[in-house]
Ligand binder design. Sequence first.
Ligand code: PXG
Length: 462
Amino acid sequence: VPVLPDTQALQRLDAAHFLHPFTDHKALAEKGVRVMVRGDGIYLWDSEGRKVLDAMSGLWCVNVGYGRTSITQAVARQMDTLPFYNSFFNTTTIPAVQLAAKLARIAPDGFRHVFFTGSGSEANDTNVRMVRRYWDLQGQPERTVIISRHNAYHGSTMAGASLGGMSGMHVQGGLPIPGIVHINQPSYADHGMGMTPEEFGVHAASWLEERIKELGPDKVAAFIGEPIQGAGGVIIPPVTYWPEIRRICDKYDILLIADEVITGFGRLGKWFASEQFGIGPDLITFAKGVTSGYVPLGGVLVSDKVAQVLVAGGDFNHGFTYSGHPVACAAALENIRIIEEEKLLEQVAHDTAPYLKARFASLAAHPLVGTAESCGFVAGLNLVRRKAGNVHYQVKFDPSLGVGMICRGHMFDNGVIMRAVGDRMIIAPPLVMTRAQIDEMVGLIRLCLDRTLEDLERRGWM
Ligand SMILES: Cc1ncc(COP(=O)(O)O)c(CNc2cccc(C(=O)O)c2)c1O
């Protein structure tokens, strides 16, 4: 039996030296950080030997599951041969070339070029500079504004956080940077009262046209959106939304960026979600699932429409030390090979995502659950004080009660990891999950919902 590390010693060192992302460090130091030690398949073990089902795939990213030694071997081989070389100054490396060619093959039609970065945020920063360069080369340099949505998540760099619509991020650091504006999000539950979902999808897309007219079409460079909003709480737009967005972008000749950092690489049963949502993007952001998180990698798939202008325009003065990092690209190549060899796209699309949909939807019967929806291997439910057949008449908890975080605490204590966004509980499980494991996960979630209900009743909040 492996010797368990000294958790307390690690917690003390962590509290003394490690500034975590999006974290209240005083609160964390009091509670003590949880030290994750090992992963295998869909399970994780912490430094106390506790096993937990990782229904969040790390951070939406471990698509092929933990413990893939073939990725380890591919990475080790590349590290032994050439651990790093850059793609500046007319040089390249074999894995970077092979991955670029592979991505061109699996990308939607009309995408034959890729710009590599180290993360999704850097990929969205690349998008901002690329679309502005595109319009400059097109003789319309005043087209600089990018429109995004409230409650979107596009990263944490200055441009990534500005493209995002999280007010809690904007108030820290004087964001958004100039030239980035937001329209409302296509959340039927929050804004669709009195309309059918289909009517609402068209209505929500009309907010884009309104904003374009306000700004002046000749000032707008691009619109960016996640096919489904992830970190915003799994907001699945009505089917009429994206085709209408595409129509409006075409009408005003505005570039369309699909941020597929979460939805890419099989999470919705296809390499990319853009096709099934009818987005027809000009640029596609990717990261996370491209390597299943084993090594950091991100990038932008660039359509022929944009690439030909960029290539004809001479130097594009942008890029990063790790753009096309050979070890990250080697990890991605093996990750993609696993997805292909195990036919994970087909398995998710035709077997396990439909199964997950039915099992997850059964949670809507729970007294605490308002709605429970899924799209591929992303799913979200909302915790409500009073259920109602119509989502607009459900009674929410006072957000200050932090019911979502209470529920998440019960999840971890009972061996499953879910993400809480306000009072919405989210899963994005590894694509390798079997039907039996889906049953196990949904059973654990139901148990935790019961524990949460008991907890809230004890507090007198129901
Ligand atoms: C759609 C989207 N776009 C860009 C990014 C930024 O990628 P990087 O983090 O690699 O720079 C993301 C990342 N998404 C993300 C990152 C961190 C936390 C959570 C959460 O749900 O708590 C979500 C994302 O979800």
